[in-house]
Ligand binder design. Sequence first.
Ligand code: ACO
Length: 371
Amino acid sequence: MAGGDWTTNSNEALTLSLVRAREDKKALRDDESFEQFHPTFTYPIYGEDEKLYGYEDLVIDLRFASGSLAQFLSVRYAKKLDASSTVDNVEGILSEFIPSGYETDEATFLSRVEEDAISFKPIGKLIHSYKPSPQTSTLPDVSDTSEETVEYEVYHATLDDPGFKEYHRRMQIFILLYIEAGSYINDEEEGWEFVVLYEKRKRTDGIPTHHFVGYSSLYNFYCFPERVRLRLSQFVILPPYQRQGHGSELYKAIYHYVLSRPAVSELTVEDPAEAFEDLRDRNDLRMLLTHEQFMREGFGDSGVTGSHGGGRVMKAKSRARTRVAPLGNKGKGKMGPPVDRAWAERWRKDLKIAGRQFHRLVEMLVLLHLD
Ligand code: ACO
């Protein structure tokens, strides 16, 4: 509430949380308990200026069961202006963006959380799993209990998988809340595929439970003559899990899934946000730098030597952005410079990377090699 003018910032008022069952909470370490978090955007829901009128100390409490994403919504405030047409109907507006049937009674919701913790199982097919590692985790010590009890799993599903359409309708609100210009997909349309990332924990009673971390939606485009191009359309990792390497793992899972499917010709990305572009570049470059045959053919015997760490990658990236002219021909291989275009195109097709992205990557590799 700003200065008694009855307006509230809707990003601050909307408070999100992922609620775990009591047993699941016990499995968490002190430094891991997930607190409430806020959206980055609420303009698709509450309007361009992201302001709500008519309340003092407004809290829009939207909770999700950590696995099933069953929802609870409660609106609280210290004061509300007398009934007036200008007072925003905060619950009414938000309820249009979540499936009906959300809980409004806290006790009922909490017992649902307890039940779902045991009964909820991810929908679809397991395509990738990984353990928290020093590279992919900010956990201070992953050598003890956490390694035994925590794992991350990526599932692939479509809207035809029983129950997935309903599940998707509960998770899609994160697209509006975290992706600029994000919007709901038409879930009656054919061709959508999804990959969903979960944290898997073993409880003290031995039962494994799954907790939603993030997801990506992909769309199939027909690609002449008989293949499809998969376009990554939406991609989100929830704030409590960001900057711990999970986005990279989810992206790699998608990429390997694309490689494993003969019918898919390439992976493209729709209108990537800058943070996502960074994530994609880093992972694509790492993949190419560790691809022995590609590097050998590209740079002759020498390859790109030295550290392949983030610093070098980012340096090459910013130089590629500013289009620094090549310094001279140091290479013996197909990446010259100049790059052998036919060779590059053959690799691009084999690696199923979209044209523009692949040419940027090659440009970055050439710059790295010249360093
Ligand atoms: N700003 C800039 N770069 C970032 C950010 C950020 N906020 N987050 C991640 N990156 C880049 C960095 O290069 C990072 O490497 P570093 O940690 O060594 O600096 C690299 O991505 C890998 O980081 P991860 O930890 O694997 O990424 P994370 O799990 O945090 O996921 C993501 C990144 C997907 C962007 C996440 O922050 C998110 O969901 N944000 C909100 C939604 C969003 O913007 N989605 C992408 C929309 S575009 C699309 O959907 C096609």
